[in-house]
Design a protein around this ligand. Structure first.
Ligand SMILES: Cc1cc2nc3c(=O)[nH]c(=O)nc-3n(C[C@H](O)[C@H](O)[C@H](O)COP(=O)(O)OP(=O)(O)OC[C@H]3O[C@@H](n4cnc5c(N)ncnc54)[C@H](O)[C@@H]3O)c2cc1C
Length: 493
């Protein structure tokens, strides 16, 4: 069935005037659907009353979602502190909007704003990058501005893409040879090439499918790497939305040509989502609804040949070995094979890694599977070895939470705990692992997967959280962005 992707009149008017939208207007839009209550995750009250009047030096590194939220909150909570933000980016990107760019519903300028708009008065902004962290001497080294000393440090550098880990792949290939990657952006330049290129990829794919047939369909591959990634649902968002675009449900409309395309979704593991409830919907309802998607379990992209349009996957599997009489079961033997797959179109999600400056410092985990990611306590967000260091956002080496929604929940926890430490107390506020994935299962519907360290954590348990709904789509498309700009970036929610 064709879904309406049109906004309501009021939301549309607010959206089209968004350039001049005030905080009051943003609150009004939220009121349209009770949005203030709908904001992802219950509003957290931590840090509401914590403050310190000590004249300490706080340095925040990184001016993306987490860094700006931390800056806004700390400015209010520590009015006498000397706060320095080290952030190279003049432009702030609303990265979640890159998926709506791919879907043809946002443009690049919709997701860009000057970073200066979000930096509170009284904060010193050093437009530079940190090249080295020296936590033993409480200082960071910058590329152009020398060393900056601190009493307290907040690390908010986000993560880095590692396209080159896939042999033959590089960010330059995005937009060429049928290759796209919605994630691609340059947070320093403030550009979102991945959104632009993937919107074109949708259009090119549709054109090719219109010329193909069910007997000779186009071959489309969507991948997911075996590293931690931000917004774990985005690989599937592109899979479903591009397929739905072929069904004629995107903004371009048109006939259903999806039967002229075969999709493969290649990933590590044998589930589409880590939590059984959400996984069941994706496996039993969403994937079969399309009829042309094959899940290729335990297939990880290792090599790409753009000229031949061949992708090589590492496929791991198990075979039965000898029967063990004592255990009364077969030994299972792990096998690996390299599998070549031809494609016409491929969506590559890059392997992701901690930024070098953190990974190469004493601040990263020194060993284990989280090696290089910021070594913080998973609850207090305080560094496990350096008590005056805290972290926020994607750089954290904790089990869950590489989303903007998680960073929003980190903000009050880190602020309350940092203020406690400044005041000579123990940090007691605890992050619960909150993560949100608005999984776009088709145009006009989102399954709002919310979870934390304990399992599912729906903000509105009265609505079955495993059911894709129009209301979450409308919320994500029309309300979340203004809420991000006008409330979250000001540390107000
Ligand atoms: C395609 C896509 C879809 C997404 N969808 C969603 C979604 O639906 N919901 C959701 O909640 N989240 C989503 N996210 C994830 C969300 O955008 C991130 O989790 C969030 O931006 C993390 O904030 P951060 O501050 O940790 O990192 P970022 O926002 O990436 O900011 C990090 C900043 O640090 C700077 N930096 C890096 N290194 C240094 C250095 N050495 N010195 C100084 N500065 C440095 C960078 O320039 C950057 O500006 C999505 C992301 C993408 C790309």
């Amino acid at each position: 069935m064709k879904k309406s992707i049109e906004p309501s009149k009021a939301a549309y008017e607010a959206l089209t005037q968004e350039g001049g939208l005030s905080r009051r207007d943003a609150l009004k839009i939220m009121g349209l659907t009770g949005g203030s209550a709908m904001m992802l995750g219950a509003p957290t009250s931590a840090n509401a009353g914590s403050s310190s009047d000590k004249a300490v030096k706080i340095v925040i590194v990184g001016g993306g979602a987490g860094g700006i939220m931390a800056t806004a909150r700390l400015r209010r909570a520590a009015p006498n502190a000397e706060i320095t933000l080290v952030a190279p980016n003049e432009t702030h990107l609303y990265q979640p909007g890159q998926v709506f760019m791919a879907a043809g519903l946002y443009t690049e300028s919709d997701i860009q704003k000057p970073n200066a708009d979000f930096i509170p008065d009284g904060v010193k902004w050093v437009k530079d990058e940190v090249t080295a962290f020296d936590p033993d001497n409480n200082k960071v080294t910058t590329a152009k501005n020398g060393d900056i000393a601190y009493d307290y440090l907040v690390v908010a550098t986000g993560l880095a893409y590692d396209y080159e880990r896939i042999e033959g792949m590089s960010a330059d290939l995005v937009g060429k040879h049928g290759i796209s990657s919605v994630y691609l952006n340059n947070p320093v330049a403030g550009t979102a090439k991945g959104g632009v290129a993937t919107a074109q990829w949708f259009r090119d794919m549709r054109k090719a499918a219109e010329a193909a047939s069910p007997e000779n369909p186009i071959k489309v591959i969507c991948t997911q790497p075996d590293t931690p990634i931000k917004c774990g649902g985005a690989p599937q968002k592109i899979l479903y939305l591009s397929d739905d675009y072929l069904r004629g449900n995107g903004p371009a409309g048109g006939a259903d040509v999806s039967k002229n395309a075969q999709f493969s979704f290649c990933k590590k593991g044998k589930t589409l989502f880590g939590l059984p409830g959400y996984n069941k919907t994706l496996v039993e309802e969403v994937t079969p609804m399309y009829g042309n998607i094959t899940d290729k379990w335990d297939h990880v992209l290792r090599k790409i040949d753009p000229e031949r349009k061949v992708a090589t996957f590492e496929h791991t599997y198990e075979v039965k070995g000898e029967y063990d009489e004592d255990l009364q079961e077969y030994d299972m033997i792990k096998k690996t094979e390299m599998v070549e797959m031809e494609y016409d179109f491929i969506h590559v999600v890059p392997p992701m890694k901690p930024v070098d400056a953190v990974a190469n410092s004493k601040l990263g985990w020194q060993k284990g599977s989280a090696k290089g990611w910021l070594e913080v306590d998973m609850y207090t967000l305080q560094h496990r070895r350096y008590e005056n260091v805290f972290g926020i956002g994607d750089i954290l080496g904790i089990p869950k939470g590489k989303t903007g929604g998680s960073a929003r929940h980190h903000g009050p926890i880190l602020t309350e705990n940092l203020i406690s430490v400044i005041e000579g107390k123990k940090p007691t506020a605890k992050f619960d692992g909150y993560t949100v994935c608005p999984l776009k299962t088709q145009y006009g519907e989102i399954m709002l997967a919310e979870f934390n360290y304990d399992g599912m954590a729906p903000s509105f348990p009265v609505l079955d959280p495993t059911k894709p709904r129009w209301i979450w789509w409308a919320f994500d498309l029309y309300m979340l962005k203004p809420m991000y700009w006008y409330l979250m970036m000001r540390g107000l929610m």
